[in-house]
Design a protein around this ligand. Structure first.
Ligand SMILES: [Zn+2]
Ligand SMILES: [Zn+2]
Length: 114
């Protein structure tokens, strides 16, 4: 399956596939941000069920974002994921998440568990 998705933050910059354990994610070679399809974010967590439960409440303090979903072309919602310190862009259409490079590091701390 080949597909080319543009980075939501860098115009006309296609993301490149990156292999992360058994997940294939899309990463922007320019800004280092990552796209997670629906479900991929939870799978990247050490404890997916716990992580999913934490996400079930939806984003914290959501507000309209500036990023455009690479799948749907819709403006994404920006909000806190699990923690208000981790503000991600979320597409309500397809359920995908966009994380900036600095956010990936915060996420990794969160999903390693306490
Ligand atoms: Zn980018
Ligand atoms: Zn979308």
């Amino acid at each position: 399956m080949t597909r080319e998705l543009d980075c939501p933050k860098c115009p006309f910059t296609p993301m490149e596939p990156v292999q992360l354990d058994d997940l294939e994610l899309d990463e922007c070679p320019k800004c280092g941000g990552r796209w997670y399809d629906l479900g991929e974010l939870a799978k990247s967590a050490k404890e997916p069920q716990k992580f999913e439960r934490a996400c079930n409440g939806g984003l914290l303090k959501p507000r309209p974002g500036t990023a455009i979903c690479p799948h749907c072309g819709d403006t994404m919602t920006n909000g806190g994921l699990v923690s208000e310190h981790l503000r991600v862009d979320y597409c309500q259409e397809c359920g995908g998440f966009w994380l900036d490079k600095s956010e990936i590091r915060i996420l990794e701390d969160l999903v390693q568990g306490e």
